[in-house]
Design a protein around this ligand. Structure first.
Ligand SMILES: [Zn+2]
Length: 64
């Protein structure tokens, strides 16, 4: 499993079942944004193309 340095906010590890989640980047609409961590109940994604970080509330994460 890759480790990411916490840059701004300390991210929590994502359960394995969410590690492969993908989301569409709100900035460039690339679908290559991958999960980099978790902030509370939100998954945090980072876009591979423009490096924008964004959150997405996920229904299944609320089960954590
Ligand atoms: Zn992007």
């Amino acid at each position: 499993m890759r480790k990411y340095k916490p840059v701004e906010l300390p991210l929590k590890e994502v359960p394995t079942e969410f590690e492969t989640e993908n989301a569409m980047c709100p900035n460039c609409e690339s679908r290559n944004a991958g999960v980099i961590g978790r902030l509370g109940l939100r998954l945090v994604f980072r876009c591979d193309r423009c490096r924008v970080r964004f959150h997405r509330p996920t229904a299944s994460v609320q089960l954590l």
